[in-house]
Design a protein around this ligand. Structure first.
Ligand code: EPZ
Length: 417
């Protein structure tokens, strides 16, 4: 297994270009199941998770190609409606094939996605939404089986906003008879990106980005060419890294509006942020002030930025309260940061108190999940000395050429095969 070695203590300086968003590309690629023809997706990042969903669609019978950052998916050859455990267990977002398969073929068998490091990750809202659209759902031997001759539009109310739940049911509803209204829907930019893509294919969706999304079913969707939005979490990760190293970094290709929750907290922590079209410049303050954060559904502070921000807070002035209100076990990185000298206590399962220390100490650490790996990279950049991060396959799932991008900003970082 690869490791990442970082010799920290250097300021990040220069320009970095943001890749396409993993969490936009995955539902977009799944939506190609709905189309009897070839869709083309631009700005697709080269990530392990993209490879996983490509392999899953090919297993179903689709023909996929990924060249540079353009993926084509021909869904006309899909002849299988079963997403196998071996493929689904590698990536929970495989659940996103459930809605499109039921919508187009009236039948789907998808392995129950297991939990992951950060939480149980149930899919009950996905399933109850499909039942509301008229699907029969059975779970046996670890598989979800959904059947429906024809889905029928309905009102669906989410107990709490769910990103992939909103995406799955939006895709299921586009070919249903009649109108579907999703209430308390997720508002993430990735939802808007998917709705725009489906409308490009001939769907009739309105309200994406608001808590109420209306979908009027149509008979079929047609091939389209769509572009993946930039990755707001990669953007936020580089913004935090710039602030954490008192650096001066220009982030190109990101959308400042998509990362406002992080920008406001970074400014409160003393960073200087200047934006102009297509460019976000982040200059780290000489000292970092502690600020409190609570993770919330978009447009609140994103849970996918919590681990990175905790690294920044570990050498800030004062104490920072970090309230993780989305997932029940998303502080695993705290223990690794403590190995580097951070002073963190976890008084409650979803509350961390980070007391700033003068500096972190380089150490061997282990990544536990995708965003924890980013947190440890930032901590390694902050700490003087050599930090070695193991299990970096977590990072490869969601960050394209991470070490190349950081070394282009002046970091002393390399991959150890
Ligand atoms: C998406 O996961 C993202 N993944 C996650 O990013 C992200 O952390 C999360 O949204 C929250 O923003 C993709 O988009 C592929 P949810 P998702 O459904 O859709 C509970 C990363 O690092 N819930 O919005 O699975 C759930 O347990 C990943 O890129 C139910 O109880 O998250 C959680 O507490 C990590 N029942 C909350 O809702 C359900 O049926 C929000 O989860 C569905 C969700």
């Amino acid at each position: 297994m690869d490791k990442i070695q970082i010799i920290g203590g250097r300021k990040l300086e220069g320009k970095v270009t943001i890749s396409g968003a993993k969490n936009a590309a995955l539902p977009l690629i799944a939506s190609a199941i709905l189309v009897d023809g070839t869709c083309e997706f631009h700005n697709v990042p080269h990530l392990m998770d993209i490879e996983s969903i490509k392999r899953l669609l090919e297993d179903l019978g689709a023909t996929c190609s990924l060249d540079e950052h353009v993926m084509t998916v021909d869904g006309s050859g899909i002849h299988k409606i079963e997403a196998e455990y071996d493929l689904v267990r590698k990536m929970r977002a495989s659940i996103l094939v459930l809605g499109p398969l039921v919508a187009r073929f009236g039948h789907a068998k998808v392995s129950m996605p297991g939990g992951c490091a950060i939480g149980a990750r149930p899919v009950n809202m996905h399933l109850s939404g499909l039942e509301a659209l008229g699907a029969d759902i059975h779970i046996d031997h670890g598989y979800i089986e959904a059947r429906a001759d024809k889905l029928t539009g309905s009102e669906i109310y989410f107990d709490n906003p769910t990103v992939t739940g909103t995406e799955n049911l939006m895709m299921a509803a586009v070919l249903a008879t009649g109108q579907t209204v999703l209430r308390n829907a997720a508002r993430e930019p990735e939802i808007i990106c998917l709705a725009d893509a489906l409308n490009e294919m001939g769907a009739r969706i309105s309200g994406a980005g608001s808590p109420i999304i209306t979908i009027d079913g149509v008979d079929k969707l047609l091939p389209a060419t769509v572009t993946v939005i930039p990755d707001r979490i990669e953007t936020g990760t580089f913004m935090v890294a710039a602030a954490a190293t008192q650096g001066d970094v220009c982030i190109l290709g990101g959308n400042p509006e998509h990362i406002g929750g992080v920008s406001s907290k970074l400014k409160a922590a003393g960073a200087r942020i200047d934006t102009q079209p297509g460019e976000i410049r982040v200059r780290g303050g000489e000292t970092v002030q502690s600020v409190d954060i609570q993770t919330l559904p978009y447009p609140g502070f994103p849970t996918d930025m919590q681990a990175q921000f905790m690294a920044l807070m570990s050498t800030a002035r004062g104490s920072s309260m970090i309230h993780e209100s989305i997932f029940e076990n998303r502080f695993i990185h705290a223990n690794e940061l403590m190995r580097m000298g951070a002073d963190i206590s976890l008084p409650k399962v979803n509350l961390a108190v980070v007391r700033g220390v003068p500096e972190l100490q380089a150490a061997p650490v282990m990544a536990s999940d995708l965003r924890a790996s980013a947190s440890l990279v930032i901590a390694g950049l902050m700490a003087k000395g050599t930090t070695v991060i193991s299990r970096v396959y977590h990072m490869d799932r969601g960050y394209e050429a991470m070490e190349d991008k950081f070394s282009a900003l002046g970091a002393n970082i390399r991959r150890i095969k």
